[in-house]
Design a protein around this ligand. Structure first.
Ligand code: SME
Length: 155
């Protein structure tokens, strides 16, 4: 896909009329993985208690549980802000699910102040994610958080 700004409208359209969150999260992972170039992993973790638990994703198998505050995902969830990591080797505590991963972006899924989970994308390319990707993925996260918060549960 040429323009990342098309991602959120595409995912919003797939969510139209559907109130179960799980299939939407599955399709969102597929859209992000298929449409974005040079992305090696795309998916979500959902917060349960003080742990992030692996949700729908595309890419290699990943670690299942991440404590709040740990790794890039746990830090973004605790801080409730997007983390763009141009070089994961320079991020203290980065959790390497795939040794080939070099850069990462994690966007919290927020319902107001409440953290529902995170959207996570990895790349084997250094510095893959910039401001354009951040804006597009924050919009995608808003769509996913909306379905998680106002839908009928996962299924
Ligand atoms: N690298 C992440 C772990 C999740 S995988 O990238 C899919 C982290 O440090 O939280």
């Amino acid at each position: 896909m040429e323009d990342d700004r098309e991602l959120a409208p595409k995912i919003r359209a797939l969510a139209e009329g559907e109130r179960a969150a799980l299939p939407l999260l599955c399709n969102a992972a597929a859209v992000l993985y298929q449409d974005m170039e040079r992305v090696s992993w795309a998916g979500v973790y959902l917060l349960r208690g003080d742990e992030l638990i692996l949700g729908p994703f595309q890419g290699k198998p990943a670690c299942i549980r991440i404590p709040l505050g740990k790794g890039v995902c746990g830090t973004a969830a605790r801080e409730k802000c997007t983390l763009v990591v141009p070089d994961v080797h320079a991020f203290p505590g980065h959790i390497a699910c795939d040794s080939a991963s070099r850069s990462e972006i994690v966007v919290p899924l927020l319902d107001g102040e409440k953290v529902l989970g995170v959207l996570d994308l990895d790349s084997t390319e250094l510095d893959r994610f910039g401001e354009q990707e951040r804006a597009a993925l924050e919009e995608v996260a808003g769509v996913l958080a909306g379905v998680l918060a106002r839908g009928e549960g996962l299924l």
